[in-house]
Ligand binder design. Structure first.
Ligand SMILES: Nc1nc2c(c(=O)[nH]1)N[C@H]1C(S)=C(S)[C@@H](COP(=O)(O)OP(=O)(O)OC[C@H]3O[C@@H](n4cnc5c(=O)[nH]c(N)nc54)[C@H](O)[C@@H]3O)O[C@H]1N2
Ligand SMILES: Nc1nc2c(c(=O)[nH]1)N[C@H]1C(S)=C(S)[C@@H](COP(=O)(O)OP(=O)(O)OC[C@H]3O[C@@H](n4cnc5c(=O)[nH]c(N)nc54)[C@H](O)[C@@H]3O)O[C@H]1N2
Ligand code: SF4
Ligand SMILES: [Mo]
Length: 912
């Protein structure tokens, strides 16, 4: 890159009036889009895509574009350290120094009484590489435990294990440019349109430019990604290995494998070739539930073109056979020699923005810095030497779920949780929450208030977050970018690595005085330099890289070797792999079904995943009114046939049970699922709905190698919820603050949901349901909470549990509650959302006005609703016409696939 990458220096952050623009990276997904952050004083005033960043070339998706909405310096954040000396006591704010002292004292005490392995660190793929480095050194070199793992265990660990098993190292071999060079793109278990939208934009553009390009999608659901494909294989959850084996079977039978490549560059093909003989397309059809002819077609499109790129994510990884699924897909590339070549390769998309950096820095129990192995004495000795300590402990560290198990059986006494929200995101919440209750000391280091996990913290450490932090991240294509601070952190919040180093220096004084200096970094660049040295001579070698080079030349891919000119785009171009002998390995693996098959008691298959505009446990995305418009209420999707069988109407409340827990949620008819399947967005946790959230249901069964849990499949039962008393309310105001105010109601009703919902103005919606009407005092308290004690219009019958009230601000609602009779909720919401006001409030509250349906926002950039799009289609507009007239899909493009699907669906109904 010729032009200097850095626009203006953030050093003038002290000058409150100067506006400045800083180049950084979006803090959401592993696409790693470059962003320009414009700030003034301590406010972020604009966000734009960075067109000089090679990964996104200026594009951003709906989430990236709305980042400014999530920058807060008020009660929506964790601003101060907090401490509660005893369980049952309330936490109080304390000075940060005191909090760091308490952390060091309490950890030293626990280490003294129970040894170093009584401490566990649970970190996150959202930390910066510098954060991981310091935490990793703190855990392994100072505390002396390998109990340091991350939420990447729920995310990428099967990809890591799959790469290592076959290619010898944890390194995605392809790059984003391959999207533009592939003839076939094979997408398995990834909803790229939702989860990596900017890559999907690149794919859409590539298909326009190369009409012969074919896209195959393997996903049990007809997602927007699948709907856009040339071939969709709607396989039964968990059956991918059988499908990939059958594709290899076809390739062998049709001689479309590359025998010369296999001969020269791989080992272990013979046993696998024998094994896949039984995986005929017909046999796979019986297992996977997709037609044999489609399997043959997929195998041909994969093998019989010059270049094939595979993209895969959680549909493969989050499985009790996740490693095998990864390996079986990589086999297809090795057998056809489609790896290390332009447009070809098995490309695992990373979920979190810096899951890659965590893997590089050894921020997982099963890894050491520089892709080293904690099981190897030589690797441990190398790391000890680099860190200038006597040694790294040999006792293996515990992966995420095992760490929580160890708390339950008393081996671990202290948990330090950083930038992750396990009381929402780990499977089998009953167990997770029991562990958090049982631990002697829970330290939670977080940036946003009100997360599920904060409720369990004894000690809270206030973290700085994007865009207050400096450091580096590595994206899916091995590209390292600088994350830069545009504003100063609010309150006492500090960058994560500084909090770690602060405790480390204090802890060292207590348990190992000689090691204190080793955490005395002046700034992030020193941490990076120390980390980069650990990669020297390793497969990922970027020991030659520095902040100065990143400043001068912009983001760089690894390996980035001293002797080379810049980074390496594509790995294994010479057919030499990272195994001892240089040959890639076929793994002789069989097909293993899901851990928890459906049965008479639990007849439905539940899968979980992402929505387009929300991020995980929504700590950040729930702060943006625009992002909460696409999906405004928590729901579970069911096939219409299963809804009918359970006697559930669209929108009805259902009780969902698995062997581990239960949940009340509204159900939505969705024919993108097969009969017998259910889908729950992973986002709904107990900060937003009553109960323990979606992961009350999910199965902690895990892959034997990667230890990744099967979040994509468990068996459930669904029945009608017998909760006839229902209420719906809304109040205008700052949703983050209102959420905190309304949160206690989530624990007072069997069904409750509190979600940010903009109706005309920002606000929060509350929905409640119970078996019986609550008493009058409860109803009054609810009204008071919604500022409805003295409403402009009311039509109450509290003895029957009925309260209907509206407060006005000018001519539109400022708040309303419909309790015991929610018939007119859509009409009221449509009015609040800018629709026509009712002729008479009293008539409206009595349900005597004509019902108006609520619109759903599809395009958040231009506020285009489903109704407007349907009307456009009815008026004869095609996709281009809609874009032109309504502008939907012309902003970030995130809604493009959905609009296309609506058009296609309308046409197929016409044809029918
Ligand atoms: N909008 C948004 N984007 C995100 C995130 C977010 O929270 N929100 N999170 C980021 C993170 S950390 C991650 S890990 C990624 C995840 O990105 P993805 O993995 O693409 O997203 P998911 O929705 O979890 O799951 C993908 C698909 O797997 C399918 N699936 C379920 N079971 C199976 C199976 O057995 N086989 C196959 N082939 N498919 C199956 C599901 O139907 C689902 O459509 O997204 C990243 N990007
Ligand atoms: N059922 C089901 N469960 C799943 C999944 C699924 O598909 N289905 N997917 C799994 C996957 S792939 C993932 S990656 C996980 C994600 O699960 P989590 O990691 O638990 O989810 P997040 O909401 O991203 O949590 C990030 C936390 O970090 C805080 N935070 C933000 N920025 C900073 C910072 O700079 N410093 C600090 N210290 N804190 C910060 C946020 O406030 C938030 O509490 O969920 C997993 N759980
Ligand atoms: S695709 Fe969207 S969420 Fe992912 S990094 Fe780019 S802008 Fe951020
Ligand atoms: Mo993830």
């Amino acid at each position: 890159m010729d032009a200097p990458y850095f626009l203006e220096n953030a050093a003038d952050a002290a000058n409150p009036t100067a506006s400045r623009t800083v180049s950084s990276v979006c803090c959401y997904c592993g696409t790693g889009c470059g962003v320009r952050v414009q700030a003034q004083g301590n406010r972020v005033i604009a966000i734009a895509g960075d067109d000089s960043h090679p990964s996104n070339l200026g594009r951003l998706c709906s989430k990236g574009l709305r980042l400014a909405d999530t920058v807060r310096a008020d009660a929506a954040r964790v601003l101060r350290a907090q401490w509660r000396p005893g369980r049952g006591e309330a936490r109080t704010d304390i000075a940060l120094d005191r909090a760091l002292d308490i952390a060091a004292d309490r950890l030293a005490d626990i280490i003294g009484r129970h040894g170093p392995d009584a401490v566990g660190f649970y970190l996150s793929g959202q930390l910066l590489t510098e954060d991981y480095s310091v935490f990793n050194k703190l855990a392994r070199a100072l505390v002396g435990t390998n109990n340091v793992d991350t939420n990447s265990r729920l995310c990428m660990s099967s990809a890591v294990a799959g790469y290592k098993q076959t290619l010898g190292a944890d390194a995605p071999p392809a790059c984003y440019d391959d999207l533009e060079l592939a003839d076939t793109v094979f997408i398995a278990g990834a909803n790229v349109a939702y989860a990596h939208p900017v890559l999907f934009r690149r794919l859409e553009a590539a298909r326009q430019a190369r009409p012969h390009m074919r896209v195959i999608v393997v996903d049990p659901r007809r997602t927007d990604t699948a709907a856009a494909a040339d071939l969709h294989l709607p396989i039964l959850p968990g059956t991918d290995v059988a499908l990939f084996h059958a594709m290899l079977h076809v390739m062998v039978a049709e001689s479309s494998i590359d025998r010369a490549y296999i001969e020269r560059h791989t080992e272990g093909f013979e046993p696998l070739e024998r094994r896949i003989r039984e995986f005929t397309p017909e046999a796979a059809q019986a297992i996977c539930g997709v037609p044999a002819a489609d399997i043959v077609q997929a195998a041909r499109w994969f093998a019989q073109v010059p270049a094939t790129l595979s993209l895969y994510t959680m549909g493969l990884n989050q499985s009790s056979s996740g490693t095998a699924k990864n390996a079986a897909l990589i086999h297809l590339h090795l057998a056809t020699g489609k790896i290390g070549k332009p447009g070809s390769g098995p490309f695992s998309l990373t979920g979190q923005p810096n899951a890659m950096g965590g893997r590089e820095a050894g921020g997982m129990a099963t890894l050491l810095p520089g892709h080293r192995d904690p099981g190897s004495a030589a690797d441990r000795a190398e790391v000890a030497a680099l860190w200038e300590v006597d040694g790294i402990p040999a006792t293996p560290g515990l992966p995420a779920l095992e760490m929580f198990d160890a708390v339950l059986d008393g081996r671990i006494k202290a948990l330090w949780i950083v930038a992750t929200n396990p009381a929402q995101s780990l499977p089998d919440q009953a167990r997770v929450r029991a562990a958090l209750e049982k631990a002697e000391l829970v330290i939670v280091q977080d940036a946003y208030a009100g997360t599920e996990t904060l409720a369990y913290a004894d000690l809270v450490l206030p973290a700085a977050t994007w865009p207050e932090k400096e450091g580096t991240v590595t994206n899916s294509e091995r590209r390292i970018s600088r994350v830069r601070a545009a504003i100063a952190p609010p309150g006492d919040a500090r960058p994560d690595w500084r909090l770690a180093a602060g405790v480390a220096t204090r802890l060292a004084r207590r348990i190992a005085p000689a090691r204190a200096a080793r955490f005395d970094y002046a700034d992030e660049s020193e941490v990076f330099a120390e980390h980069a040295r650990t990669t020297a001579g390793r497969d990922l070698d970027y020991s030659a890289l520095s902040y100065a080079i990143l400043e001068r030349d912009g983001p760089q891919q690894w390996p980035y070797r001293r002797d080379a000119q810049g980074g390496v785009r594509r790995l294994y171009a010479d057919g030499r792999f990272a195994t001892p002998g240089g040959r890639a390995r076929f793994a002789d693996i069989g097909y293993t079904p899901v851990a928890e098959p459906v049965c008479a008691d639990y007849p439905l298959r539940l899968t979980t995943g992402r929505l387009r505009d929300h991020w995980h446990t929504m700590a950040r995305t729930a702060l943006s009114a625009a992002l909460t418009r696409h999906v405004e209420q928590p729901w579970m999707s069911l096939h219409p046939r299963d809804m009918a069988a359970a006697g559930l109407a669209d929108g009805a409340l259902a009780k969902v049970r698995s062997r581990r827990g239960q949940l009340y949620i509204a159900v939505r008819a969705d024919d993108s699922l097969r009969a017998g399947q259910a889908f729950l967005p992973m986002h709904w946790g107990s900060a937003f709905i009553a109960g323990d959230g979606v992961n009350a249901l999910t199965n902690p069964a895990r892959d034997p190698l990667s230890r990744q849990p099967e979040l994509k499949h468990c068996a459930i039962a669904v029945e009608h919820a017998a909760l006839p008393w229902q209420a719906a309310g809304w109040i205008r105001g700052d949703a983050a603050l209102l959420r905190q105010r309304l949160a206690p109601w989530l624990r007072r009703f069997p069904y409750a949901a509190v979600l940010p919902t903009a109706l005309g103005a920002d606000g929060a919606r509350i929905a409640l349901a119970a078996a019986q009407a609550p008493d009058i005092d409860t109803l009054e308290a609810l009204c008071a909470e919604l500022d409805l004690a003295r409403p402009q219009a009311a039509y109450d019958d509290p003895h029957r549990g009925i309260v209907r009230r509206i407060a006005l601000a000018g001519t539109s609602p400022a708040a309303f509650l419909l309790a015991g009779d929610t018939r007119v909720v859509d009409t009221l919401e449509a009015w609040a959302d800018g629709g026509p006001p009712p002729a008479s409030l009293a008539q409206l509250l009595m349900g005597r006005t004509r019902p108006v349906a609520r619109d759903r926002t599809i395009c958040v950039c231009h506020g285009v609703t489903d109704r407007a799009i349907q009307a456009g289609i009815a008026a004869g507009l095609d996709l281009d016409g809609l874009r032109h007239t309504l502008r939907c899909g012309t902003g970030c493009g995130s809604c493009g696939p959905e609009v296309a699907r609506m058009v296609a669906r309308a046409h197929s109904h016409e044809g029918a």
